[in-house]
Design a protein around this ligand. Sequence first.
Ligand code: ADP
Ligand code: MG
Length: 354
Amino acid sequence: MAKITLKNIRHSYLPNPQSEDDYALKEVDLSWDDGGAYALLGPSGCGKTTLLNIISGLLIPSEGELLFDDRNVTRMEPDERNIAQVFQFPVVYDTMSVEDNLAFPLRNRGVSESVVKQRVSEIAAMLELDDVMQQKAAGLSPDNKQKISLGRGLVRDDVNVVMFDEPLTVIDPHLKWKLRSKLKELHQKVQRTMIYVTHDQTEALTFADRVVVMQFGQILQVGTPQELFECPAHTFVGHFIGSPGMNIVPCRVQGGEVLLDGFKVAVANSPKAATSSNTEIGVRPEFVRLADQGLQVDVVNVMDIGRNKVVETRLGQHKISVLVPEGKAVPQGTVYLEFDSDNTRLYDNGWLVE
Ligand code: ADP
Ligand code: MG
């Protein structure tokens, strides 16, 4: 097991990349501590699979280095890296029994039959595959086939890292929830580095201790679920995480003050450091209140989401959502908003002003 470090990794699928847009990964500097539970979160096409394939060795990056502890493994073959990778769609040997499928990664490395038996039965029990162990994989449902893939990824205890690439895509919704908590439980048990790739914030936030958020081939923020919620480093992180996501409203910075439609808003960071004309305020619906005075907006919609209501308001063409406790009356028409200044921040060209 090892610490995994990506140093100035860039990757283009084109033979002669010309501009930044030609890179699927723009510039990735990142380290994964030994034993951590990580999620790699971002929308489809942002480069998650590219990054995983560079770690596993299916891809050699155009530029940069990959280290396992201090060893440079950038150009090493996949099977020299001691990595388990679970893909989006099941990879199983159809003609083998479930048991033999699970045993394969171990037998392949000459593990003794007694250890194979023990590991395979542990993993099968955990994934609830006990009942189908002697069946051929071919006849199984996609759910069960993917459980075999997960099992094959988890059965070895000598790997540097187990990587899951959107592994629950083909799994039934009710089973998804169960498998997700199983993976979390398993991580706590084995304490091996795991990287869980997903575009689903719920999956990422429930599985991981640290989440890496990506967009357009770039890492925007690495943090605990709480850090991503409380202090998004980029408006995309604020918007992508949370439901509803953070409100992001264009604003003007003038003489060290932040103005929203002429209304002065106090922010937690320093407006003086903003340099572009593309400035925005970010504040989560949790930190906006309906008040007797403040920023004047219009209520356009009220959604009941259980213990709270989401009140959607409009300021000109911009939407600002407010979280209101169930039971509190919501006036119609014109209302006033107050922002919690400790949780209201200024962003400059998308990035948090520091
Ligand atoms: P994700 O896993 O986050 O959905 P990918 O890493 O698969 O993203 O893709 C990142 C970008 O690289 C996308 O623009 C995608 O179209 C492109 N891409 C991925 N694989 C290839 C490939 N084999 N050849 C060319 N372009 C690719
Ligand atoms: Mg992918």
